[in-house]
Write a protein that binds this ligand. Structure first.
Ligand code: URA
Length: 247
């Protein structure tokens, strides 16, 4: 797809750097540079490619990822995947100006407040829908810590494709579970129902005490990424979400 081109003042305004007037001032004062040279004419068009973040500097700092960004966040415990609920929100982990971005950033699906791990966010609505579409078969893998020892029949129950959760009228798709220890398991889902993992273990008489997602499609949560930290995915990273080798 051809990269869009946009007037610089509009691009920066859409990225939350200020009003068009404020951006004009930034330009006049030489506080915006492209490839090392000041850009005084902020009405000039720029091609919006991901490498712009490495080439443009605003007020001494590298430009934020331009529109079309996909972030891999290590979601910490205790933050909510919502724009408006009370308490700490995932969006509070990013620079405040990102709240003024248009298009805005959204989480790709959700993790519960008390679930940690791999969470994708993007401002690309079409990509978001592609990732969550059942047609894309993007599997999600979780590490589960339990309150009670496994009985031994859970993997078979989850794999059957017949398990019905309380209050639902459609059975769950088959899911793969592997015991890691008597009270810990790894589970891979190909759908995402409300509190699904917690409700699956409740259905087999157990209780989830800790839940962590470590994989989506072919993408692993890097061990080097601390809770609350994030990285920007490049094209290869995005392709890995859909990688056929996804388990
Ligand atoms: N299943 C849950 O119960 N919670 C999550 O956050 C994700 C999957």
């Amino acid at each position: 797809m051809k990269a869009p081109s946009l007037r610089l003042d509009r691009l920066l305004a859409n990225m939350g750097y200020g009003s068009r007037r404020e951006i004009q001032l930034l330009g006049r004062q030489g506080r915006v540079t492209l490839d090392g040279a000041p850009v005084s004419d902020v009405e000039a068009r720029v091609t919006v490619t991901p490498d712009l973040a490495a080439r443009m500097v605003v007020d001494g700092e590298a430009l934020d990822p331009p529109p079309g960004m996909v972030l891999l966040l290590h979601k910490p415990l205790g933050v909510t995947c919502s724009h408006k609920e009370a308490g700490p929100l995932v969006y509070g982990l990013f620079p405040p100006r990102w709240r003024r971005r248009e298009p805005g950033l959204s989480t790709v699906g959700r993790l519960d407040k008390e679930t940690s791990g791999l969470l994708l966010l993007t401002d690309d609505g079409a990509l978001l829908h592609r990732i969550i579409s059942p047609k894309s078969h993007v599997a999600k893998r979780y590490r589960v810590t339990l309150d009670r020892p496994l009985r031994g029949d859970e993997a078979e129950t989850f794999a059957a494709g017949t398990l019905m959760l309380d209050g639902e009228d459609k059975p769950l798709l088959p899911a793969e579970m592997r015991a890691l220890s008597p009270m810990a398991a790894e589970i891979t889902l190909r759908e995402g129902r409300y509190h699904q993992v917690r409700r699956m273990f409740a259905a087999v008489g157990n209780h989830v005490v800790a839940l962590h997602r470590d994989r989506m499609g072919g993408l692993d949560l890097p061990e080097s990424l601390a809770p609350g930290a994030y990285s920007v995915l490049d094209e290869d990273g995005i392709a890995t979400i859909f990688a056929a080798s996804a388990k």
